[in-house]
Design a protein around this ligand. Structure first.
Ligand code: IVH
Length: 713
């Protein structure tokens, strides 16, 4: 007993633990569970399967059994869910929304009934009525009605305090705003589950993908994400459903049994699950369980087990609660559905943002009633971590999730000549270099590899073209996202340069129908578009840079670059020089520009170093007139062209003011000192930059000296 697998898969026997060992593992487990609670409840983005989560909890409980001193009020076994998010106002539940304990097999189901009999002092044969119903994989909600009116709706949150989502819940069609039944009590908190049907979930994900929005991992996350929107119009557009199955504060109950209350719910107009049944023995409960499990794949909503509840409310009352869950109810969880099959290939899909995603191609296999041929492999680290190779027999699991996961390979069945999988470094769609960036926040290598051929990659080009013509880029009247999409598919526009040759080609009657003959178009609208395009042939350098859609180069960065380099060719030359000399001055010159970080510089280097992009840019540059960045005439300014670094505390002006003023006068403001720096303006508290300047022999001046200098002009 007490043997459970820990995270690394090794079996550690808790009965042999010292108190210190137990405390250490307990702490790690508690932190891990808390993090998964947060991901699941607050981010709607769990990272492990429910089965793995349950295993963590089970191990924690085993340690608590053996070392009860470790239990505190903050232990995961004493808490439910995660504290509500700050996004919503909080609602205190007048009756806490607790959670359910789990049983996993026949024996534990029998134990549940035996425990109840013992607690109630009944003999071993006494029959007890138990209801059995599906455990819906959605999110718990409490709907408060006062005098028949829906007055508030709250999520479970940590069980004591939830989030006020009333406005959003009011958009759910099947939840009554008003109950007029005469026997509906004055105060009644109807509790149940909000969920999204599978077909609706798949359709929503498809829409989201098309619109470039968030794609959800499973119906539960998608229901949670849809309900926890700040804009209830978004919730309204999402097909959420509801089943009522329990209650909170009530002035009066409509029946003496669980089943009776659920029947009242039905009469009052609340949706209830049709599969609920009454049982009077463990055998019957298990039969209902097996029946519901058999129907699982055919239901249009996800369920992850069966909930058993003592039917008689007076007995529920006597049984009460232990810590976070009732003694009178338990969830009998389905085992995660697993299967093994052959991984025939790994396909690399390229998303619209250039992300390369590995997809496992499988010999078709049935998992939990659904034929599976594809499974996600997440990213290259995941493949390496699991050492999954093409040709392997792999184990896959569908744990409530629509998208199956690959757990690992079967070592005994691995072919002797199987070779480790090598993730491609070239985009399979366009052949451009695919790179992993350093994440700015964590400093770690990003898990995702991205294609750098945005402008030519068929997987990305439509998105890039839309960006190219967008409002803050080329902003061509009459050429919006919709037209770009259509023109791309017709072959009228394939690259940015094509936009500027469209009129000439139209006139020359290339093998496309003239634009004026296109549905919804005429000579006038075609001419208007050609004119609008013509007008934008003249483009400011900052807009031009932004339009290229280089990763991490937004409008602000584009402006800073335009101001620093003045012309596109100067920028391009600087970036190409930096590419060849990442340790040297050329690279430092770029990263030294105030407001430009290494992430943007690296992205620029990747972009310009890619031959394909170079060709696209060359043809584009031939078509347009890029206006040097408009700046005031600074000739004659005493600091024109000088490179200056501000350090320490400035007393007469803020750093931003100093920078703006220097730039107005034609100086370049840099963030670090190099040989090329002309002046370092040092205020009190200056540290390493001042030291650098002294070492390099760069002229150092005070704020006053600087002001005197600029005022000479
Ligand atoms: S009864 C006092 N019935 O499961 C506990 N819960 O782990 C009352 N759930 O947060 C809960 N289907 O959101 C109950 N048929 C069902 C359920 C159900 C899903 C969820 C519920 C709760 C969690 C408990």
């Amino acid at each position: 007993m007490a043997k459970t697998k820990n995270k690394s898969g090794a079996v550690a026997d808790i009965t042999e633990f010292t108190a210190e060992q137990a405390a250490a593992e307990y702490e790690t487990l508690a932190a891990e569970i808390a993090e998964h609670d947060r991901l699941y409840h607050r981010e709607d983005a769990p990272r492990i399967s429910d089965a793995d989560y349950d295993a963590l909890r089970a191990r924690l409980l085993t340690i608590e059994d053996a070392f009860p001193d470790l239990i505190s009020d903050a232990s995961p076994s004493r808490t439910v869910g995660a504290a509500p998010s700050e996004k919503f106002a909080k609602v205190t539940h007048s009756v806490p929304m607790l959670s359910l304990g789990n049983v996993f097999d026949e024996e534990e189901t029998g134990d549940f009934i035996d425990r109840i009999r013992r607690f109630l002092g009944l003999d071993a044969q006494a029959s007890i009525e138990i209801t059995a119903e599906p455990k819906i994989d959605g999110l718990g909600i409490s709907l408060r009605y006062e005098n028949g009116q829906l007055v508030s709706a709250a999520t479970r949150g940590d069980g004591y305090e939830g989030e006020n989502v009333t406005a959003n819940v009011r958009t759910i069609e099947t939840i009554p705003h008003k109950v007029s039944a005469r026997d509906f009590p004055g105060v009644f908190e109807v509790r149940g589950e909000i969920f999204m049907g599978r077909a609706d979930f798949l359709a929503l994900n498809q829409r989201q993908e098309e619109a470039g929005g968030k794609v959800f991992a499973n119906p539960r996350n998608s229901a949670a994400g849809s309900l926890r929107q700040l804009d209830s119009k978004i919730t309204q557009s999402r097909p959420l459903q509801f089943f009522a199955y329990s209650w909170g504060e009530v002035t009066e109950l409509p029946a003496e049994t669980q089943l009776g209350v659920v029947e009242a719910y039905k009469r009052w107009g609340f949706p209830v699950n049709p599969l609920m049944q009454l049982c009077s023995s463990a055998q019957e409960m298990l039969a209902v369980y097996a029946g519901i499990e058999a129907q699982r794949a055919t239901l249009d909503y996800d369920i992850d087990g069966v909930v058993y509840k003592v039917n008689t409310l007076a007995l529920q009352e006597r049984l009460g609660f232990v810590a976070r869950s009732p003694r009178w109810a338990v969830a009998h969880k389905f085992a995660a559905e697993q299967a093994t099959t052959i991984l025939s290939d790994i396909d690399i899909q390229v998303g619209r943002t250039g992300a390369l995603t590995p997809v496992a191609k499988l010999e078709p296999v049935t998992v939990g009633g659904v034929v599976v041929q594809n499974a996600t492999l997440h990213n290259e680290d995941e493949i390496a971590r699991k050492d999954i190779r093409i040709g392997d027999w792999v184990t896959l699991q569908r744990a409530g999730d629509v998208i199956p996961q690959i757990l690992g390979y079967l070592p005994d069945k691995r072919a002797a000549d199987a070779i480790p999988y090598k993730f491609p470094e070239k985009c399979p769609v366009c052949g451009s270099h695919a790179v992993r960036e350093i994440n700015e926040k964590s400093g770690k290598l990003d898990a995702i590899r991205r294609c750098t051929g945005g402008l030519i990659c068929a997987a990305q080009v439509v998105e890039r073209l839309k960006h190219f013509v967008s409002r803050n880029a080329f902003d061509i009247e009459g050429l919006g996202a919709k037209q770009v999409e259509a023109f791309y598919h017709e072959g009228r526009i394939r690259t940015p340069a094509d936009i500027f040759t469209i009129a000439a080609r139209d006139k020359a009657k290339d093998n496309l129908k003239p634009l004026s003959a296109r549905e919804g178009w005429g000579p006038k609208s075609a001419k208007n578009l050609f004119d609008a395009i013509e007008e934008r042939r003249n483009i400011g350098l900052d807009r031009f840079i932004f339009a290229l859609g280089v990763r991490h180069v937004g409008e602000v960065t584009a402006k800073v670059l335009a101001r620093s380099y003045g012309t596109f060719e100067a920028l391009r030359t600087a970036v190409l020089a930096a590419a060849n000399d990442k340790e040297g001055d050329a690279y430092a010159e770029l990263t030294n520009i105030d407001g430009i970080g290494t992430v943007a510089v690296d992205a620029l280097i990747e972009f310009f170093a890619e031959d394909h992009n170079g060709q696209v840019i060359d043809t584009l540059v031939d078509e347009v007139d890029i206006q040097p960045f408009a700046r005031a005439d600074t000739s004659g300014s005493p600091v024109e062209g000088k490179s200056v670094v501000f350090t320490g505390t400035l007393e007469k002006m803020t750093r931003a003011e100093a920078k703006a003023m220097a730039e107005r006068m034609g100086a370049k403001v840099s963030g670090s000192v190099s040989k090329k720096t002309d002046y370092v303006v040092a205020g009190p508290g200056a540290g390493s930059k001042l030291k650098n300047a002294q070492e390099l022999g760069v002229e150092v001046m005070s704020e006053d000296d600087w002001l005197a200098l600029v005022q000479q002009g």
